[in-house]
Design a binder for this molecule. Structure first.
Ligand code: SAH
Length: 229
């Protein structure tokens, strides 16, 4: 009886600690040196990035570079953003457990997973059908029940679930799609890289307060182009 109990306890321990993987120390180091040391102090963002196994969102050949300080290819000419950029974008949209978010450009699903650790629900749209399928399978496997993804052109947003408190666009557009501004809730925050493709773009933060829409330039970034169907 005693030995059965001990075995059960060991099994339970394994279930309680699913984040113990071979990259855990690399992940904790990444969060310290690349994110908190660079000024991001939002505990929810730091905890989420300590938890999400970034290496699982990256093709096998680059897996060992998953926690390095740069973006990586995810196939189909697309990239997963540098960890700091994911943290920065997540931080400036002020996520919390009551918020509903929309992401345009699911890609690997990593940004959606980081957001889903903090907010109530994440809706995410991806224009490359293979990436939409692969990311949705991975997010399901990892147990994210609060992420709903679909294949499609995110330009028009997702009117059925609007308005959104948070909208994160992870591909660079030459202008801010009006449907996304229209789907931003009161006190909502939208972040989007705006500028020419294959060059430096500006990250723009759009806010809506008392019905008034305002835009602020935040920093310079480099994202893959926003495409249209
Ligand atoms: N957030 C992603 C980053 C992926 S790169 C991650 O964490 O991995 C940006 C993604 O935006 C690409 O996968 C690209 O195919 C997608 N994309 C580009 N234009 C789009 C559009 N109009 N609608 C939806 N997705 C788009």
């Amino acid at each position: 009886m005693k030995s059965i109990l001990i075995i059960l306890c060991i099994m339970a321990g394994g279930i309680i600690l699913p984040q113990t993987d071979k990259y855990q120390s690399a992940r904790i180091r990444m969060v310290k040196t690349q994110i908190s040391d660079r000024g991001i102090s939002n505990t929810a963002v730091l905890e989420a990035m300590k938890k999400v196994p970034r290496h699982l969102f990256i093709p096998g050949e680059y897996e060992r570079e998953a926690y390095e300080d740069y973006p990586l290819p995810i196939g189909y000419g697309q990239t997963i953003s540098q960890p700091y950029i994911v943290a920065y974008m997540t931080d400036i949209v002020r996520p919390n457990a009551k918020k509903k978010a929309l992401e345009i450009g699911t890609g690997s699903g990593y940004q959606a997973a980081v957001l889903a650790e903090i907010v109530e629900k994440v809706y995410t749209i991806e224009i490359v059908p293979e990436l939409a399928k692969e990311s949705s399978a991975l997010l399901k496997k990892l147990g994210y029940k609060n992420i709903i993804g679909k294949y499609g052109d995110g330009y028009k947003g997702w009117p059925e679930y609007a308005p959104f408190d948070i909208i994160i666009v992870t591909a660079a557009a030459d202008h801010i799609p009006q449907p996304l501004i229209d789907q931003l809730a009161e006190n909502g925050r939208l972040v989007i890289p705006v500028g020419p493709p294959s060059a430096v773009q500006e990250l723009i933060l759009v806010t809506r307060r008392n019905g008034k829409v305002e835009q602020r330039r935040m920093t310079f970034v480099r994202f893959v182009p926003f495409k249209r169907l």
